[in-house]
Design a protein around this ligand. Structure first.
Ligand code: NI
Ligand code: MN
Length: 231
């Protein structure tokens, strides 16, 4: 089985195994570095780390159009259900949800989780990191989080790929993400949540150097819109 990963920029990724497509945190509309329209995204499943608008993104529109299964922590998934999505699977930390072609296990993340509406903020769910088993690989999408020592438990999940925020300010910066890479014991690390907006500008090449100093992982740095094969 061959697995392909596309970075839409920010924390938005797509996984394709040849039969199924999974979208993670599909923030496309309003994402200044996205290279595709949300109207063109296919999805059998949509996996969300938390409720912030730069992660929920176009979930409602994509789910309504495709019928994709949407899974997130309990309050967020249930709230999205109230927004007109039929196919939701609420979950919480420690739990695993099966989706077409794979599964996702929810882990804690240290962050906040609210959705900004025209009437103000709605607090929905708690932030999560996602261990995704799909296309013969095990991938960790840390979501938005600081470094925390229980990432070492995530490292026991047999990860092939770790996808980590490096933009600082709202999440880990490059130094902490390099330390996380060592704890997670994945062979490949992919940075995200950087260079979308001025406050989170960072240098992926500098992150790759920190990773090389910290452990033996390979750093992949796709450009927004680029697809890479994960063999
Ligand atoms: Ni966030
Ligand atoms: Mn974010």
């Amino acid at each position: 089985m061959s697995l392909k990963l596309t970075w839409h920029g920010h924390s938005a990724f797509a996984l394709h195994d040849g039969s199924h497509t999974v979208q993670i945190d599909p923030f496309i509309s309003g994402n200044p570095v996205a290279t595709i329209s949300a109207d063109l995204l296919e999805a059998d499943a949509i996996l969300l780390t938390h409720a912030h608008n730069d992660h929920v993104g176009d979930t409602v529109a994509i789910a309504k159009r495709t019928g994709a299964l949407v899974t997130a922590t309990f309050e967020l998934a249930t709230w999205l259900g109230s927004q007109g999505i039929d196919n939701v699977a609420p979950a919480n930390h420690g739990g695993t949800v099966a989706f077409p072609g794979g599964s996702v296990k929810f882990f804690p993340a240290w962050h906040t989780s609210s959705y900004q509406t025209d009437d103000g903020f709605v607090a929905v769910g708690v932030p999560a990191g996602l261990v995704v088993r799909f296309g013969g690989k095990t991938l960790y999408f840390a979501g938005d989080t600081c470094l925390f020592s229980d990432m070492q438990l995530v490292g026991d999940e047999g990860l092939d790929v770790a996808i980590l925020p490096i933009g600082d300010r709202f999440t880990m910066g490059p130094e902490d993400a390099a330390k996380a890479t060592r704890w997670l014991k994945a062979g490949t690390v992919i940075p995200c949540h950087y260079n979308t907006f001025p406050p989170i500008e960072h240098d992926a090449a500098g992150f790759a150097q920190l990773v090389t100093a910290a452990c033996g992982a390979t750093t992949l740095t796709p450009l927004p819109g680029e697809t890479v094969g994960l063999e």
